[in-house]
Design a binder for this molecule. Structure first.
Ligand SMILES: NC(=O)c1ccc[n+]([C@@H]2O[C@H](COP(=O)([O-])OP(=O)(O)OC[C@H]3O[C@@H](n4cnc5c(N)ncnc54)[C@H](O)[C@@H]3O)[C@@H](O)[C@H]2O)c1
Length: 273
């Protein structure tokens, strides 16, 4: 390993089980020399799997509901105390739509559900950044990432209200990227990841179809959770110091495609030469 993160200290949100993208990111950060604090919602803690990761990478686990300012305050204070100094990087790897969970179609949304999902999936990123900004607890040239999906730009029938949540999330990275850049040279970006087989991913109706279609459309194939972890390491490292306010595609080229020959061939069965 290159030790690209040697001496760096970071907080990773959202490792639920070994399929979680955040889980792979935490493992790789550790292997690259970083010290980690793990966090997740109290309900996810009760499932207990995060403790296996915590043991493997010698990281404390601090429970926090990312929609609670009180919990975020406590998490950041405890992390600074644990590290004995400021935080160099943060991964926000959180997504949840109550409408998706309860199978409400996009044309019949429940607005209380919508509000909850928006708070968890998007506003929590602003709450995290604002809490950190006001405490001034991220180091100069620190790096903050959130994970997104390209339904923020293009229409996917069953991604539901998560599409708006991701658009909002990406906008927060741009807006806060300006303010935190001016204040402390902190960079803020989103990574727009290929469909990936995880608990959150497979909750989306028709997910296996998304996955197979994207695989056939992308010249490099779908980016895996491990690919995403590698990208996160690059973005947390000092090698990407002036990349900020971007939505960065980690998708094997999917977002730039019109159609691939492989997909086209499926509609050419009659042999239209
Ligand atoms: N899996 C995919 O296909 C895919 C594709 C692109 C982007 N993403 C994004 O990647 C991120 C991680 O998702 P994943 O696919 O690893 O699934 P996952 O289910 O493993 O992770 C989602 C995490 O969000 C956490 N969470 C939910 N509510 C929370 C709250 N109130 N406070 C704190 N944490 C909370 C969950 O406990 C869980 O750990 C999400 O933002 C997701 O939208 C996923």
């Amino acid at each position: 390993m290159n030790q690209l993160l040697a001496g760096k200290k970071g907080i990773i949100f959202g490792a639920l089980n070994s399929e979680s993208i955040a889980w792979k990111v935490a493992e790789l950060c550790h292997a690259q020399g970083a010290q980690i604090v793990l966090t997740n919602a109290p309900i996810a803690m009760r499932m207990g799997e995060i403790n296996h990761l915590a043991d493997a990478i010698q990281a404390p686990v601090i429970s926090a509901d990312a929609t609670s300012l009180e919990d975020l305050n406590n998490l950041l204070d405890q992390s600074v105390e644990h590290f004995g100094g400021k935080i160099d990087f943060i991964l926000h790897s959180i997504g949840m739509s109550v409408n998706v969970r309860k199978n409400r179609p996009y044309t019949d949304l429940n607005y209380d559900f919508l509000h909850k999902g928006w708070d968890v999936s998007a506003v929590s990123f602003h709450k995290l950044l604002q809490t950190a900004y006001q405490k001034d607890c991220i180091s100069e040239w620190g790096s903050v990432l959130a994970l997104s999906y390209m339904a923020a730009q293009r229409s996917f029938p069953d991604y539901n209200d998560m599409a708006e949540n991701k658009a909002y999330l990406e906008s927060i990275a741009r807006s806060f990227g300006y303010h935190y850049g001016i204040k402390r040279n902190v960079r803020i970006n989103t990574i727009s990841q290929s469909p990936t087989l995880t608990t959150a991913g497979s909750g989306v109706k028709g997910f296996m179809g998304f996955l197979a279609f994207a695989e056939k459309m992308s010249p490099l194939g779908n980016a895996t959770a491990e690919d995403c972890a590698n990208y996160c390491i690059a973005m947390f490292s000092d090698l990407t110091k002036r990349v900020t306010m971007q939505n960065l595609y980690n998708d094997g080229g999917f977002s730039m495609m019109g159609v691939s020959q492989e997909v086209l061939d499926r509609y050419m069965e009659g042999g239209d030469e």
